[in-house]
Unconditional design. Structure first.
Length: 124
């Protein structure tokens, strides 16, 4: 893909409520809303990139319903493809350092951070 960095660092995902680790690299909160009950200091995030999160309408439609996850993934992928500014910012960061995508959802197998990680990795 034109303009893509030759090397991109690793991408991990972690719940916002999990303890940060020195291996996390650059921690990016990828939720549109700040995690409930989590203080700014406790979150240990380097950047809050709310612009890369699913749109409010898509987030509400999904409602963390695993039965809707396949369709959510398709719709969020489409949003990401048109969200060139936020994706380009993520590409620039990944060219420089490993990243941990930080999210608040309770479901660790059906959430937008997984979709975002897959989307970013597919662009390598």
């Amino acid at each position: 893909m034109a303009g893509m960095p030759a090397h991109r660092h690793a991408i991990a995902i972690k719940r916002a409520y999990a303890a940060p680790d020195e291996d996390d690299g650059y921690r990016i909160l990828v939720d549109r809303l700040w995690p409930r009950g989590l203080g700014k200091d406790a979150a240990h995030v380097d950047l809050w990139l709310k612009e890369i999160a699913p749109s409010p309408a898509l987030r509400v439609w999904f409602g963390h319903d695993p039965a809707r996850f396949a369709e959510f993934r398709r719709r969020y992928d489409a949003e990401l493809k048109s969200n060139t500014a936020a994706v380009a910012q993520m590409d620039r960061i990944l060219a420089q350092t490993p990243v941990t995508l930080v999210y608040a959802a309770k479901d660790e197998t059906h959430n937008h951070a997984i979709v975002l990680k897959n989307f970013l990795e597919s662009r390598r």
